[in-house]
Write a new protein. Structure first.
Length: 114
């Protein structure tokens, strides 16, 4: 299984980015797909997740600004990030879970700075 992430980069405050993560080579049904961030010197933490039934969870700090969605047929999860703030700067990781285990992407850097 390989998770291919893309979409990170440098953006000014107030700007937008869209992250994507495609799970290649996965066989069993995906139960959960999520995005986590890790800022320098801090632990990895949840940003948003989406379950197989479409239920989503989003942390309070990004509610109203970030939206998680998925394309089941493509085994891809997206994170639309709007109204970005400097404190959103971090490496963002994709997490995919199924009956076999838990898979992590390589991470994509998001930097919000003027």
């Amino acid at each position: 299984v390989q998770l291919v992430e893309s979409g990170g980069g440098l953006v000014q405050p107030g700007g937008s980015l869209r992250l994507s993560c495609r799970a290649a080579g996965i066989i069993y049904r995906i139960d959960y797909m999520g995005w986590y961030l890790q800022a320098p010197g801090k632990q990895r933490e949840l940003v948003a997740g989406i379950f197989s039934d479409g239920t989503t969870t989003v942390v309070d700090s990004v509610k109203g600004r970030f939206t998680i969605s998925r394309d089941k047929g493509q085994n891809t999860v997206y994170l639309q990030m709007n109204s970005l703030k400097p404190e959103d700067t971090a490496v963002y990781y994709c997490d995919v879970r199924n009956r076999v285990g838990n898979y992590w992407g390589q991470g994509t850097q998001v930097t919000v700075s003027s």
